[in-house]
Design a protein around this ligand. Structure first.
Ligand SMILES: [Zn+2]
Length: 304
């Protein structure tokens, strides 16, 4: 049984550094994936360059957060004002990584899955906000990954990892447990997401809103949701199962109404204004994943 007896704060510091660097890469994904030309979508081999003057970025001008502060938010070559989004994405990525060992048992499948999901949501939030695009290049692999994550718990159901909890307590957790859990109380595990729940989530996530959209089209003669939104629900369904996916769809619609309705009332928007629904879904996902079982119980308590 592997034992991870490092204190969470120490893990946080190490992970934060990884998070900042990957946050810098998230900016590359956010800028390049929505591009129209296939060669502009290259995120692997093309070196970093200024989006404005195309000058290559020196390594010391590419240090997350610090370089932006040092350059006072301007490109060293052309003086282009670097949007606040860049350091913000780096900061958020760092925070996600730093928070991960507090929210999920470090070194387990559910920790890795939570981290990948959060990172993907960060990227998709900003591609949808800035370009109204949720790139297929991210969402299709995520669909497959969600289903694949259900396999290890079938093959190694008894594999356990011990985690240091502080005050010399060790907690034994299933390494390959794949389900919701009410963080930070790791002992309150939700239902595992098995391959059937995941596949139903994938199909329902794509098909459910597509059907809804068809009805919407009939009545309003416009698209309510974009195709990217269905794909996003599909991979979220594959990751967390069909139940939580429906909760996230509901939560996203609630958030969308919360933002959209005042805009319509202030006459800033009409019923036909596009709102990035992917952003609402990205915001609705963490509370459902972390507190879903608790929220559901509370909801049932309210209904009765
Ligand atoms: Zn420049």
């Amino acid at each position: 049984m592997p034992t991870i007896d490092l204190p969470p704060w120490f893990l946080s510091v190490i992970l934060a550094a990884f998070g900042l660097v990957l946050g810098s890469f998230a900016n590359v994904l956010i800028h390049r994936l929505p591009q129209e030309e296939p060669e502009d979508r290259n995120v692997a081999t093309k070196p970093s360059h200024c989006p404005s003057c195309k000058a290559p970025i020196r390594w010391y001008h590419n240090i997350p957060l610090l370089a932006w502060i040092w350059l006072r938010g301007k490109c060293a070559a052309c003086g282009w004002r670097i949007p606040v989004r860049y350091p913000l994405v780096e900061l958020l990525s760092g925070l996600i990584f730093a928070a991960s060992p507090w929210l999920f048992p470090f070194g387990t499948l559910i920790w890795l899955k939570g981290l990948i999901c959060a990172y993907a949501l960060l990227v998709l939030f900003f591609t949808d906000l800035t370009e109204f695009i949720l790139p297929d290049a991210l969402q299709f692999p995520l669909m497959a990954l969600g289903v694949l994550f259900t396999l290890p718990q079938i093959f190694w159901p008894a594999h356990a990892t011990r985690i240091w909890l502080g005050s010399n307590q060790l907690l034994s957790v299933d390494t390959f447990f794949n389900g919701l859990q009410a963080a930070p109380a790791w002992h309150l595990f939700g239902q595992p997401v098995d391959w059937k729940t995941s596949l139903i989530g994938l199909i329902l996530g794509y098909g459910g809103p597509a059907l809804f959209n068809q009805i919407f089209k009939w009545i309003r003669k416009t698209d309510g949701l974009g195709m990217g939104d269905f794909k996003m629900l599909a991979w979220i369904g594959a990751f967390w199962g069909w139940g939580p996916m429906l909760g996230i769809l509901f939560g996203g619609a609630f958030l969308g109404t919360l933002v959209g309705l005042p805009l319509i009332l202030m006459r800033r928007a009409t019923g036909k204004t596009m709102l990035p629904f992917g952003c609402a879904l990205a915001l609705a996902t963490p509370p459902i994943v972390l507190y879903g079982p608790g929220l559901w119980t509370a909801y049932l308590g309210l209904v009765q």
